[in-house]
Design a protein around this ligand. Sequence first.
Ligand code: ATP
Ligand code: MG
Length: 426
Amino acid sequence: MNNIISVPRGTQDILPVESRKWQYIENKLRELSNNFCYEEIRTPMFESTELFARGVGETTDIVSKEMYTFLDKSDRSLTLRPEGTAGTVRSYIENKLFAETIKPQKLFYIGPMFRYERKQKGRYRQFVQYGVEVVGEESPMIDAEVISLAYNIYRSFGIENIKVAINSLGNPSERQAYNDAMVKHFETNIEEFCSDCKIRIQKNPMRILDCKIDAGREEITTAPKLLDYLGEKSRAYFDEVTKYLDSLEVKYEVDPNLVRGLDYYTHTAFEIMIDNPEVELKTLCGGGRYNGLVEMLGGPEGEKGIGFALSIERLLLALESENITLPLDDGIDLFIVFMGKATDYAVKLTNDLRLAGFKVQSDYFDKKMKSQMKLADRYKARYTIIIGDKEIEEDKLLVKDMANFSQEEVSLADLELYLEKQLRGE
Ligand code: ATP
Ligand code: MG
């Protein structure tokens, strides 16, 4: 016998019991996106490596450690996408969406992302992100709308124990002044920090605040606060965003040490966290404004953007830790039990009812009636129909309600309407 081949480390199969949940979640995400007037964009699963190097930033964990990069047969350097913003913005520029009459463009995506990460709970090498990007124009109302969408996604699944952590990263010149202050603050003790932080202090000192290894150090708590370095305009923008969050009843906390992993963020940065001390992995979703990105990727000047991304894997973990079961409908509408010469009739009826929009199954193997009834139970059928020669001759189909075992005789012509009424109350 040959060896079994396992899934690659950090990936998983999603089997039917789980995929029902995924479908439910994805449908809901699409529905909410539609209501907020976001339209779907689908970009390739791999892109030129340069896109991420430029668009995400060389000093980020993603680019410096986590990318699946390979040469194709023509020696092009390609990378499996680790996130969705760079590809979306590339597409926005390449397809001239900035010239559309509706601005900003409000886009969403759902799809797999790939990062070479250490495998841990809630951290996979292939995971599915849902994200939105609003590209073109800027307004504090847009920032608040995006945050409210993210927040209400969790609430729409019944996850109430969440809060938004929010900060402003200012504009590039404010951040420069801040970064200078950060260098001063950290340089005396930088030898005691991890090797990544020693690089961060040179390349992007702000990122030290995001270090998972040095997180507990006193220097981190006492570090200069970005909010103190904001000019009047940036401060006013931030105040407007939080004012709208108040009126949208989004629960948030200003976290002056919140910096996001990606290089291109400006102004609003936020994360959505589980507000439950027993849960270790708290961050469910991250996002923020990236006003410099379009230009950095070769697009026109002055195009603004904001977005967020969340993974469905972490959403599922949150549902689990909050003890929420999704209202999944895992049964079928109807199981058709048949005997004798009724096979042809039953095969045709099964097919017709399926095409009429019902979830219908019947037996393939000439099983005895009792075994067919057992199968109907396993399928969790809400109704069964029992068909024999007599039922066909008299055109009286016996429809049985499996919840209370009541039954009724229905003619073939009336069957669809009858089922419609019973199942959907129509
Ligand atoms: P972290 O600090 O947890 O590594 P990140 O900054 O790398 O997060 P983002 O790039 O902002 O995360 O991705 C947005 C969201 O996608 C995260 O908040 C998280 O919910 C989810 N996510 C990120 N990486 C993974 C992964 N490897 N597996 C599953 N979900 C992930
Ligand atoms: Mg990460």
